[in-house]
Design a protein around this ligand. Structure first.
Ligand code: COA
Length: 155
């Protein structure tokens, strides 16, 4: 499947490599978004490297690394999770976030083990809530720390 932003750039999720990790580490949200997410992609990259739970991916629009996103499989709950979504502040509002989440949904859905995709967001994070609900995620009623859990049922 092919995903594009509103400028027509192809949006792709790349594995983290020797070539792209610095750009992914430098991805930064706007200052007032730091109450919702980490200050840099570096935090999520480190979490992925430490744990063996989360898998970081670079979000690339055309030739440029513009964001970070990660996924995990929760064996206990049987759901795949999306986390660590940051589109660099300078690249927001161009349709990259929507294309990136759509691409990750397609990638996870292709896994035979994937029955449900979950994520969480802060209730005051209006852009995130809008993005996820318009992609089909519905609040489950659960909360993780201060965040609402939403799920996309697949099968
Ligand atoms: C949330 C985020 C990933 C969206 O990425 P993006 O590339 O800016 O999003 P898009 O351009 O694809 O827009 C997606 C939708 O969000 C809406 N949106 C984007 N910025 C918005 C804003 N400031 N206020 C309200 N809605 C907004 C857009 O209108 C769009 O909806 P539409 O497609 O129906 O028009 C990005 O804003 C971001 O990185 N925020 C900081 C980190 C964060 O909050 N991550 C999510 C944690 S759960």
């Amino acid at each position: 499947m092919h995903f594009t932003d509103r400028q027509g750039r192809t949006v792709v999720l790349d594995e983290i490599t020797d070539e792209n990790w610095r750009a992914v580490a430098d991805v930064a949200p706007a200052d007032d978004q730091r109450r919702f997410v980490a200050a840099l992609g570096a935090r999520y990259l480190l979490l992925s490297m430490r744990g063996g739970l989360w898998n970081s991916l670079a979000v690339r629009a055309g030739e440029v690394v513009v964001g970070h996103v990660m996924w995990a499989y929760d064996e206990e709950g049987g759901a795949h999770w999306i986390g660590g979504m940051i589109i660099d502040a300078a690249e927001q509002g161009r349709g990259v976030g929507r294309a990136a989440i759509s691409a990750l949904i397609a990638r996870l859905t292709a896994l035979p083990s994937c029955r449900e995709i979950r994520l969480s967001y802060h209730p005051r994070n209006t852009p995130a809530a809008h993005l996820y609900t318009t992609l089909g995620f519905a609040p489950t009623g659960d909360a993780e720390d201060e965040e609402l859990v939403a799920a996309l049922p697949l099968r």
